[in-house]
Structure formats: C-alpha cells, structure tokens
Design a protein around this ligand. Structure first.
Ligand code: ZN
Length: 442
C-alpha cells in the first residue's frame, strides 16, 4: 500500500471508527463480463454490524448500492476504498481490466469470457487485508459465482487463504478442462503440454513430497496476458514453444507448492521474501531434462547482469538482503530475481542437495517459528546474514558457472538495463544508460 493510500485509509478509519465493529460478515460476489475489458461485480454482504469498509486493488467504479430492502444505501469511495454504510445490502461496481503491468496486460474481459486476478476483481473488507489472523475472524464466508470451474466458497478464511484468493486467477470461458496429472488444465491444446507438465510434476514431487492440485488456465490465443497466480489457479497467455513461458510457469508452481506446504504469512514479508524468491527462481529450470545444466546456464545469465549492474552503479545495486524492507522498487527487483538466486547458489556451492536442505530448513523455520525457543530463532535467523559472502563487499566467486559468449552477454545486459530502468523510473531514480557495442566492455 502506498503512503497516500494508507493516508486515505487512515482518514476513513478515523472518521468512521465507531461504525466499524464487524460481526461475522458473509460476502457473495457475482462476476459478469461486459466486453471491452469491463467486468461487472455484484457484491452482496450481510452481518456487517455498523457498516463495511472495503479496499480493492483493481480499477473499480461503484455504480450503485442498495440495502437489504432494496432502498438506496449510502456509500463513499476514495482511492480504492469504499465505505458501505449499512449492515447488509448489495453494491454493484465495474472493474476496468487490461492495464499494462509487470507480466503483460492485467486481465481481460470479452462479452462472454474474462480472466483476472482476485485482487483486481474483488472489493474486500479491510480486515481481510490485515496480517493479523484475529482480524480475519470478522468474516465467516466468502462465495464467488460466475466462474467456469463453478462456485468458489471460502469459510473462515485465514491470511493465507485470502493471499491466495487475491493472487489466484478467476476465469470464465469456453474451454473445457483436461486433467493432466495433478493439474486441471484449460488450454486450446492441452496435449501439447502433457510431457513437460509431467516433468514439472515429478520435480515438485521430488522436492516437496507432493504436487499441488493447481488449475492452470494457459491461453494460447492470447499474448502478453497475465491473469493471476496463486496457490489454486495460475492463469496467463501461454506459448508452449516459448522457453520463458515454461520458466514462469515453473516459478509460479513452485510458489503454489510452497504456499500449500507452508501456509505462513511471514515468508511473504521482507526479511524472508528475498530467500523465498531466490528459491523460486533457482527452481525455474526444474522441468528441463537436465535441470542442473539448465539451472547453471540460467544462473550464468543472472551473474552476467549482476556484474553489469554492480559495475555501472554499485551504490544502487550493492544491496543487503536483510534490509529488504528499506529497498527501492528497482533494488527489490534486482535482489529478488538476480542477486538472491546467485547468493543462494554460492552459499550452497551449487549443490542441489544443499539447496534442498535449505528449502526444508526454511519451511520448517516458518512453520515452527512461534513454538521455537528464542536461541533457536536467533540461530536460524542469523544463517542468511552470516552466510552471505557479498555483504562484505563483493567476493562472490561464481567462476564455476558456464561461460557465455560476448555477444550473448551484451544482449543480456542490454535487455536487463531496459527492464530495470522501468523500475528505476517508477521509483523516480535515474535510469541506467543503454548499452551498445562501443560502450560495453566485458
Ligand atoms: Zn516469485
């Protein structure tokens, strides 16, 4: 949440604090596509003693609100927050989809189909955005209708349930599901995915001891579309011949498996998140026939862009993972998807068994943190900080990674500078110069 949004929330909360004691509320969302990237949502709510303050990340426009008798209900909307001044009623709103975001267009809506993430479509009571589990007890049931897979019902949702619902893809369309191993797949050509999906499944089973039963909506007739990626539903455009699409799918499935095995909010928070993302990136090549070789080639590409960034702007990119919460957008992007996977590789000497042991330790720590003795917590939390060789000033030796050609290195750096520049610009920082043959020296 950005500062001004927090400010807007605080303003509304302070203004209306006496009216916000929720009982056990129930929420029902009916989703209907209208075409031209518009999704209409009717949200019925009841049991909201004194009113309901909601927040939505999507581009939401409230059309109307009625109380339980059908009479008009007072409401206020500001900066993504909507206050409904009644115990029960129905609010009708529209969501505008398709904005350009990190992984392409964020959702779409045709006349009879739509795809978007939960966080775009759903206006949720503020208590469900809180990391405190006791806040979630204010909501008893959430139901979603209008999806191809049928109604979705969540009873007494926890933080992890809500995190997943916000991230999950919500899909309505013509495709029929095909069961491919653990996965339920909506795709134009599901058979073309069978072999590789089976390899990913094997990899996840080996790593976690199970494979999560995820619904995959992989649309081959769309390009550059992101429709959500949570514990239950992963949805995007997908080209089976594009390697990057497979890597992203593997990354998202790694998160789905981990979040299923370890439903703890701490792993998604600064301090832990960099290690969690490092593990996900590290396992992007899990589906390959020779995952170790493919993984090392990927890490060699990350190492190239890491060196480039540290060369040209060390003051920005020499980041400390343990100070994750203070990093800028560009620094976070660099840490999560370039620097941290290399730290992980280096700390484990590139040995798969060591990475696996670390993954297990990370999961165990997250699951058992609250019941550990304080000394155990201190010992575990000291691990990453002590083991990170680069914190002292850049002594990471990854010379064991495969060598890349000069041309390939230049291309990697050129593309990465463009990518990181979008994050630098977003944070109001000076972009990096783009590379060309004469200025690039490696
Ligand atoms: Zn990730």
């Amino acid at each position: 949440m950005t500062g001004w949004r927090k400010g807007a929330a605080l303003f509304l909360v302070l203004l209306l604090l006496p009216a916000l004691a929720l009982g056990e509320a129930s929420l029902h969302y009916q989703l209907t596509p209208l075409g031209e990237n518009l999704l209409q949502v009717e949200m019925d709510f009841s049991g909201a003693e004194g009113g309901l303050l909601c927040y939505g990340e999507g581009k939401i426009t409230v059309l109307s609100a009625r109380d339980g008798t059908g009479a008009p209900l007072s409401w206020q909307a500001r900066s993504g927050y909507v206050l409904l001044e009644g115990e029960e009623g129905t609010v009708t709103y529209q969501v505008s989809l398709g904005e350009l975001g990190k992984h392409g267009s964020q959702g779409f809506a045709g006349e009879r189909s739509f795809l978007c993430s939960g966080s775009q479509a759903l206006l949720l009571p503020l208590c469900l955005w809180s990391v405190a589990e006791e806040d979630h007890s204010q909501v008893g049931e959430i139901t979603l209708s209008g999806l191809t897979a049928g109604n979705l019902v969540l009873t007494h949702p926890t933080w992890c349930d809500m995190y997943s619902l916000r991230k999950d893809g919500l899909y309505l369309g013509e495709l029929t599901p095909t069961r491919l191993g653990a996965f339920t797949v909506y795709s134009q050509q599901p058979e073309a995915l069978r072999e590789r999906l089976s390899r990913i499944e094997q990899g996840l089973e080996e790593l976690f001891g199970f494979c999560p039963q995820v619904i995959l909506v992989l649309l081959e007739d769309q390009a550059n579309l992101f429709g959500g990626s949570g514990r239950e539903v992963i949805a995007s455009s997908f080209d089976p011949d594009r390697e990057r699409d497979w890597e992203l799918l593997t990354h998202r499935l790694f998160h789905a498996a981990f979040d299923t095995a370890c439903p703890e909010y701490e792993v998604h928070m600064p301090g832990c998140l960099w290690l969690y993302e490092a593990l996900a990136v590290y396992h992007e090549e899990l589906w390959q026939e020779n995952p170790r070789q493919a993984g090392e080639e990927m890490l060699a590409r990350l190492w190239t862009r890491c060196r480039d960034c540290l060369d040209i702007r060390p003051e920005t990119f020499r980041v400390n993972p343990m100070e994750e919460e203070n990093l800028t957008l560009a620094q976070q992007e660099f840490l999560h998807y370039t620097y941290a996977p290399l730290l992980l590789y280096d700390a484990c000497n590139g040995e798969q068994e060591q990475v696996k042991a670390l993954l297990q330790a990370f999961m165990t720590a997250a699951l058992e943190w609250d019941s550990m003795e304080q000394e155990e917590q201190v010992a575990l939390s000291a691990w990453p900080g002590d083991a990170l060789p680069l914190l002292e000033g850049g002594s990471m030796d990854l010379s064991g990674l495969p060598a890349l050609g000069a041309e390939e290195e230049e291309q990697i750096c050129r593309e990465y500078r463009q990518e990181i520049n979008t994050w630098l610009k977003k944070g109001g920082e000076q972009p990096l110069e783009s590379t060309n043959n004469s200025s690039f020296s490696k």
